[in-house]
Design a protein around this ligand. Structure first.
Ligand code: SF4
Length: 62
């Protein structure tokens, strides 16, 4: 599974980094995905972050 943040849409609320710090971190007031492949054990947290992102700018590819 892979994840991606649309930098143009992210509002920098940092919610995804709180829900799934293993995948997302803040950089220059935007969230970035810093892993190539989402580790199996945090896939659910990563999906939750995507679901809860207020501007729906996290995209998951299974
Ligand atoms: S939850 Fe969405 S808007 Fe908030 S920092 Fe993460 S990607 Fe950006």
């Amino acid at each position: 599974m892979k994840a991606k943040v649309d930098q143009d849409v992210c509002i920098g609320c940092a919610l995804c980094t709180e829900i799934c710090p293993e995948v997302f971190r803040m950089e220059n007031d935007k969230s970035i995905v810093y892993v190539d492949i989402v580790p199996k054990e945090v896939e659910d947290a990563c999906r939750e972050a995507a679901d809860k992102c207020p501007v729906s700018c996290i995209f998951i590819r299974e």
